[in-house]
Design a protein around this ligand. Structure first.
Ligand SMILES: Cc1ncc(COP(=O)(O)O)c(C=O)c1O
Length: 401
């Protein structure tokens, strides 16, 4: 197993271009009949009107290649959504591109804008596709580590960000709300990032797939809306998380025409286009289902609280989560430190699957004691998982507790 930077990964769990940890843990969960709190997908469907719109679209002939840039109605809906929600304005014809999920948008953006040996600044822990896409572009990743403060919220030190910049720096990749920490980058953090981009003439790529899933009043602000950032930022999002339709893989990228055009040129040889019926349905979702999205965010906040209470009752120490589908917890209060081993054993011993946060780090040791659980599951599933975990920890980790 080879790490994207070339070295072997000691835990053998995270790979640049090999099997991902999510595949491995999902397979383990299936074999053990475990509750899968590893991979981030909901166990309930999105807004019924949107699901029906996809069926109608298929029944009425939306089954052939859509345009490379995406259906016009979806590009219009995306442009309107950015305007209404963030006062950020994009021309639907030249500044909006529909992609096969955010994953393709990220890969195409990196392939378009990162040349060999260019450096890409990434906040660590980071979502696994970033390393793979940077490696495909033959770029180099420079990480800025996020660490928990006294309250358990993960943030970064601006001095580390400055130190990560070199004369080879070309891009900065920001994911907020952030997977796996659940951090929603605040105004001060965004200002420091924008300042860094402007000073060093960096192009920013923002991954905003959890843009609607924020809790306790935390607000998502796109980096592109900060002064001087629109012209240098590609803003990426997708329908998967917003509408509980992760399998539909409808994503998009917005930005200045020249930056988007380069992404379009790469995208035409990746997938060209996909899913016209899903695109039509997502257009309807963006325009007409905002009330469903708001209600879903409230449901997810309650699910986060439920899982947090369950993990605490089982003796783990949950970190702060302001957004996303994910809650990380520190396993050291159980008297164990190796999250990779803990997660490999969990399906068989407790009937639950989770993801070791170590896989989101270049050096797995940096995240070894944290484990990531998803809470986008029905309340009864979360309760059952928490009960199983408590049964295991009471039996196996009594001394430490
Ligand atoms: C941070 C982040 N970015 C991108 C994606 C992938 O998005 P999509 O399914 O739209 O390709 C995910 C999915 O888990 C994610 O967590």
């Amino acid at each position: 197993m080879i790490h994207p930077t070339g070295g072997p990964i000691s835990t053998g769990t995270s790979t640049g271009t090999g099997t991902t940890i999510f595949t491995e843990m999902t397979a383990l969960a299936q074999r053990a009949g475990a509750i899968n709190l590893g991979q981030g997908f909901p166990d309930t469907d999105g807004p019924p009107a949107m699901l029906e719109a996809a069926q109608v679209a298929i029944a009425t002939g939306a089954n052939q290649y859509p345009p490379l840039a995406g259906l016009a109605e979806l590009r219009l809906a995306i442009s309107a959504q950015r305007s209404l929600r963030y006062d950020a304005h994009y021309d639907p014809d030249t500044e909006v591109l529909v992609t096969t999920g955010a994953t393709e948008a990220l890969a195409a953006a990196l392939l378009a804008h990162c040349g060999p040996d260019d450096e890409v600044i990434v906040f660590e822990p980071y979502y696994d596709s970033y390393a793979a896409s940077i490696a495909l572009a033959r770029g180099r990743k420079r990480v800025v580590q996020m660490r928990p403060d006294a309250t358990g919220r993960f943030g970064f030190d601006p001095a580390d960000l400055s130190a990560a910049v070199s004369r080879r720096s070309r891009l900065l990749l920001l994911n907020s709300p952030h997977n796996p920490t659940g951090t929603v980058f605040d105004d001060e953090e965004l200002a420091a990032i924008a300042d860094c981009c402007r000073r060093n003439n960096l192009v920013a790529i923002t991954d905003e797939v959890y843009e609607y899933l924020t809790y306790d009043g935390a607000l998502h602000t796109p980096l592109a809306t900060l002064p001087g950032m629109r012209e240098r930022t590609l803003s990426i999002s997708s329908a998967g998380k917003t509408f509980s339709a992760t399998g539909w893989k409808v994503g998009w990228v917005c930005g200045p025409a020249a930056l988007v055009d380069a992404v379009r040129k790469v995208k035409q040889y990746l997938t060209f286009a996909s899913g016209p019926a899903f695109q039509a349905a997502v257009a309807l979702g963006l325009v007409a289902e905002q009330h469903w999205v708001r209600a879903q965010a409230a449901r997810l906040q309650a699910s986060r609280d439920r899982l947090r209470a369950g993990l605490a009752a089982a003796g783990l120490a949950p970190y702060v989560c302001q957004g996303t589908y994910f809650l990380q917890a520190d396993i050291r209060p159980l008297g164990v430190t190796d999250g990779v081993r803990f997660c490999r054993e969990l399906p068989h011993r407790a009937g639950i699957a989770a993801i070791p946060s170590a896989v989101f780090y270049d050096n797995p040791a940096d995240g070894l004691s944290a484990v990531r659980f998803v809470f986008c599951k029905r309340p009864e599933v979360l309760d059952e998982a928490a009960g199983r975990l408590t049964a295991l920890t009471t039996l196996s980790y009594q001394e430490a507790r």
